[in-house]
Design a protein around this ligand. Structure first.
Ligand code: GLC
Length: 467
C-alpha cells in the first residue's frame, strides 16, 4: 500500500472542498398498522418549478403523537418487495437479499436490475416515479440524486423511522448523511461511499506515480510488460463517469465548476490545464483505441483480464481483483491515491444511498430492508462481498472487514473517502452534468480545444442556472 507518502498533498487539496451542512431534521414519517393504504394518496406532481414541495403528500402517513413501531408485517402477512439497483458485478446483492429474507421470513425481495450507467438508471426511475408507478419499493440512489428526488416528491422522508428505531446518524460519515439530506430532512440512507482510486499492477510497478506527468511516463514505459497491452484505463465514455474523472483532474489542478456562491468558475486556466492533461492521456497510444467508450464495467473487465498496468476505478474493483473466478491478476494488484497535479491529488466523491418509492404500498417493510442494507450487518456484507466502502465509521475497525478488504484497514484511504471532492451541488445538477459530458467528450475526441470546452461549459451552465 503506497497511500501514506502522498496523503499530505492530497489532504491539502481536498481540505479546500467544503461539504454541505450537517443533517438536521426532526420531521418524519410514521405509518400506522392499518395505513398501508395511506401511502396511496395521489402522487405529487414532480416539481419542476424549483419549489421545495418535498413533503407534499407525506403528512397523511404521519402520526406525530404516536411514536410506536407500526409494523404492518407484524401480523404475519406475506409481503413481496421489489428492490432495484444497477448492475452489481460483485454478487454482493444476492448475499444481502438472502440474509435479509432469512431474518424476515414474511418478506420476499424481488431484485430488479437497472442499467449500469447511473444516468440511464436515473432517467428510468424519473419516468416511472413521475407517472406514480409503484412497482419498485426500494432502490439505490446515486449520491447526486436525493435532492432532486426529494424535491420532486418521489420518495419517503426517513427521519421518523430513524428516530423511532433509534438510529444514530452521527455514526455515519457526515458527508454521506449530507448527500441524503434535503430541506433539513433525510430522504436517503447512506449505503456505501465511493472515491476514485488508482489501481496498479504490483508485479510491474514498484512505486506508483505521484503526479499525472509521472503516470503518463510510466504508463507509456510499462505498457506491454507482463502481458499487458495498455498503460492506463479510465472512464471516458460520454456519461456520468466522465464527469467524475474530469472533476478529479480539475481538483488536482485547482479548478472547480461552481464556487460556493454558485457562480460558474469553470473558465479558468486551472480547468484548461486539467482538461488538457486528461486529453493528453485519452489521446495517447497507451490507452485502448476505444477509450472513449470506456465505463466502469469495461475498465474492470480489461483490468481483471490483465490488459492494463494502471486503472482508475472505484473501491468495488478491489474485491474482484482477488476473486480467482473473475480475475487473472490475483495477488498482483495494489492501490494508491490518484496522481497529483499542481494542486495535489483529488478523488471524486461517489456512493450510493437507499430510498423508498413514495408510492410503495409497503413502506414499513421497505424501511426494514433499507435499515438492514444500510445498517452494520448489511454494510458489512457490501464491504466483504462487494468491496465497497462502508459509510459507518465503526466498520473500518471490524476485523473481518479489514481482512476481506485490506484497503479499508488503511487510514489514509479512509480519510481520502471522507475528503473526496463532490460534484457541483445544485438543484439542476443533471443539466450541468449533461453539458459537461458533451463538451468534455468533444475535447477528448479532439474536436475542440480545452479552452473552447471551458468556454462552452461556462456559457451553457450559466444559461441553465439562469433559467
Ligand atoms: C459510481 C459512483 C457514483 C457515480 C458513478 C459514475 O457508481 O458511486 O456516485 O455517479 O460511479 O459512473
Amino acid at each position: 500500500m503506497q497511500l501514506r507518502r502522498r496523503m499530505l498533498t492530497s489532504a491539502i487539496a481536498l481540505s479546500m472542498v467544503g461539504l454541505l451542512a450537517a443533517c438536521g431534521g426532526d420531521n418524519a414519517e410514521n405509518t400506522t398498522p392499518t395505513n398501508d393504504g395511506g401511502t396511496n394518496e395521489p402522487v405529487n406532481e414532480p416539481a419542476d418549478n424549483g419549489e421545495a414541495n418535498a413533503n407534499n403528500g407525506n403528512d397523511a402517513n404521519m402520526n406525530e403523537e404516536n411514536g410506536e413501531m407500526n409494523d404492518a408485517a407484524g401480523d404475519g402477512e406475506q409481503v413481496t418487495l421489489t428492490y432495484a439497483r444497477g448492475l452489481d458485478a460483485t454478487g454482493a446483492t444476492e448475499v444481502l437479499i438472502e440474509a435479509f429474507e432469512e431474518q424476515n421470513p414474511n418478506i420476499t425481495v424481488e431484485f430488479r436490475e437497472m442499467p449500469a450507467d447511473t444516468g440511464a438508471s436515473r432517467d428510468q426511475y424519473v419516468t416511472e416515479f413521475s407517472a406514480g408507478d409503484n412497482s419498485i419499493d426500494v432502490f439505490d440512489a446515486d449520491v447526486i440524486w436525493p435532492a432532486e428526488f426529494a424535491q420532486a416528491g418521489y420518495v419517503y422522508e426517513l427521519d421518523r423511522f430513524i428516530e423511532r428505531d433509534g438510529i444514530d446518524m452521527s455514526e455515519y460519515f457526515e458527508g454521506t448523511v449530507d448527500s441524503g439530506t434535503f430541506d433539513g430532512r433525510l430522504w436517503a440512507m447512506p449505503k456505501f461511499t465511493d472515491a476514485g482510486l488508482l489501481y496498479y499492477r504490483s508485479d510491474i510497478v514498484d512505486t506508483p506515480p505521484a503526479t499525472w506527468d509521472e503516470l503518463i511516463e510510466m504508463a507509456g514505459q510499462f505498457a506491454g510488460e507482463e502481458g499487458t497491452e495498455f498503460g492506463y484505463l479510465m472512464q471516458a465514455n460520454q456519461y456520468e463517469g466522465l464527469v467524475v474523472n474530469a472533476i478529479e483532474f480539475m481538483g488536482a489542478y485547482g479548478a472547480e465548476v461552481l464556487d460556493a456562491d454558485q457562480n460558474v468558475t469553470i473558465n479558468s486556466p486551472e480547468a484548461v490545464a486539467a482538461i488538457e492533461k486528461m486529453m493528453e492521456i485519452a489521446q495517447s497510444d497507451f490507452v485502448p483505441s476505444n477509450i472513449l467508450n470506456f465505463d466502469e464495467p469495461a475498465t474492470h473487465t480489461a483490468f481483471l483480464e490483465g490488459q492494463a498496468v494502471f486503472a482508475r476505478n472505484w473501491p468495488y474493483m478491489q474485491a474482484m481483483t482477488e476473486d480467482e473466478g473473475q480475475s487473472q491478476v490475483v495477488g498482483n494488484v495494489d492501490f494508491a491515491l490518484l496522481p497529483a497535479g499542481d494542486a495535489g491529488s483529488a478523488a471524486g466523491l461517489g456512493g450510493w444511498m437507499t430510498m423508498i418509492n413514495r408510492n410503495s404500498e409497503h413502506p414499513e417493510e421497505a424501511w426494514e430492508l433499507v435499515k438492514f442494507m444500510t445498517g452494520p450487518e448489511g454494510q458489512k456484507i457490501t464491504a466483504i462481498d462487494g468491496g465497497s466502502a462502508p459509510t459507518l465509521r465503526a466498520l473500518y475497525d471490524d476485523e473481518e472487514v479489514q481482512n476481506a478488504a485490506p484497503l479499508f484497514a488503511n487510514e489514509e484511504f479512509v480519510s481520502t473517502l471522507e475528503n473526496a471532492v463532490p460534484r457541483p451541488v445544485s438543484p439542476i445538477y443533471p443539466q450541468i452534468s449533461d453539458i459537461m459530458q458533451i463538451e468534455l467528450s468533444r475535447a477528448l475526441a479532439g474536436e475542440i480545444t480545452a479552452q473552447e470546452a471551458v468556454e462552452n461549459m461556462e456559457q451553457q451552465i450559466e444559461a441553465a442556472l439562469a433559467e
